[in-house]
Design a binder for this molecule. Structure first.
Ligand code: AOF
Ligand code: ZN
Length: 367
């Protein structure tokens, strides 16, 4: 039986969960609120993998006052021994009387088991409150658990006429400082950032998060370079920066691989055809590497290929208020689009101005 305060308490638990937004990878963001007699006796959230889960953090804050309380947890409490002991028995042992959750944990090691454990221990369990909001907070984690692949966001910066660089390749700076700072937030949200060797050779990007106001708990998203023929130079800037870089190639042209490994990169071979990596294999491999959200930050060819392969879930485009003209480079190369029936359908999920630019967030697909 739900009660009228449940939604408000769950909303508060979701705000606690969001504090771990940039740091819980590969784990989900989870918050927990313990409430007894209409007063909050403990708050907790998961900060980083290997650290205490939200429930354990909240129980510690409650200092023994959890007996008879209701626990609002933004994900089904776990039943398994992972990096840390299971939460469902800990809630029962602390004397919690009722547990409210939005959804089951999509992790097959848990899904349904946590609820079963709680009920077997005599706790009341209500499932379903604010389920859409809870799924949205962990959209990448749900995608990985349900499909084996991360959620992918393609980020683009373009002029109002949809151009991303001059014909010469010159592209700095299309968007303003505020939009570029917003991109760091997208990076911080991600397990990995994917780019192509063309972008590395042209721009030598760092692909790091450089915003002290975002709490990543020391984490940097994994940098992933798609480089079928291993053209990555060992002195590429990203290889000297904090965080890991993996280079995916179609074959280990050995001298190149050794030089890159010597420079600190990891080199892996994945399937491909005619010198192009199979992007579905790339996406699956990133899922196996426990990536929940990946951000694709690259040039028009790879961005288009990612979309045409049906692997992009979202597009975030920053539109700058200037015109680069019809000789400048397009937003995406989408070979094979001949008729309106072939067009890629998107749905606008949000629009706002960021500094002097416009930020449009879109979901890929018809629904
Ligand atoms: C919870 N509360 O706060 C989180 C949960 O390796 P571990 O021990 O960190 O377990 C990771 C798994 O636990 C993760 O894949 C997900 O199924 C669940 N996350 N569960 O009860 C939490 N972060
Ligand atoms: Zn747990």
């Amino acid at each position: 039986m739900t009660n009228p305060d449940d939604a408000a308490y769950m909303a508060k638990a979701l705000r606690l969960a969001a504090r771990g937004r940039f740091s819980t990878h590969p784990n989900p963001r989870v918050g927990c609120l313990l409430v007894r007699n209409h007063s909050v006796v403990g708050e907790g959230w998961h900060r980083r993998a290997g650290g205490p889960h939200a429930e354990i953090d909240a129980l510690a804050a409650a200092c023994g006052r959890a007996r008879g309380a209701t626990a609002y947890v933004t994900l089904e409490p776990c039943s398994h021994q992972g990096r840390t002991p299971p939460c469902a028995p800990a809630l029962a042992d602390a004397g919690v009387a009722r547990v409210v959750i939005p959804t089951l944990d999509p992790n097959p090691r848990v899904s349904g088991e946590g609820v079963a454990m709680l009920r077997a221990a005599g706790l009341a369990v209500d499932v379903g409150i604010l389920a859409d909001e809870a799924r949205a907070l962990n959209a990448g984690f749900f995608a990985r658990m349900e499909t084996g692949r991360p959620r992918a966001t393609v980020k683009l910066a373009a002029s109002l006429d949809g151009r991303t660089a001059m014909a010469s390749g010159e592209s700095r700076w299309i968007t303003g400082a505020e939009a570029r700072a917003d991109v760091h937030r997208l990076r911080a949200d991600s397990s990995a950032i994917v780019t192509g060797i063309g972008t590395v050779l042209a721009d030598n990007p760092s692909l790091t998060v450089r915003r002290p106001d975002l709490d990543l708990q020391g984490r940097q998203p994994l940098r992933v370079v798609l480089d079928s023929r291993l053209r990555m130079p060992p002195d590429a800037k990203m290889l000297s920066l904090p965080g890991d870089t993996v280079v995916f190639a179609t074959s280990q042209a050995s001298a190149g691989a050794d030089r890159l490994v010597g420079a600190g990169a990891r080199v892996e071979t994945l399937p491909g055809a005619s010198g192009q990596l199979d992007l579905a294999a790339v996406s699956r491999r990133l899922g196996d590497m426990e990536c929940n959200d990946v951000l694709v930050e690259t040039g028009p060819r790879l961005a288009g290929a990612w979309v045409l392969a049906g692997l992009a879930d979202r597009v975030v485009v920053y539109l700058a208020p200037h015109l680069l003209g019809d000789r400048a480079r397009p937003l995406m190369e989408l070979p094979g689009l001949e008729s309106m029936a072939d067009r890629v359908q998107l749905r606008i999920a949000g629009v706002r101005q960021v500094g002097r630019d416009l930020r449009i967030e879109l979901e890929v697909g018809d629904e």
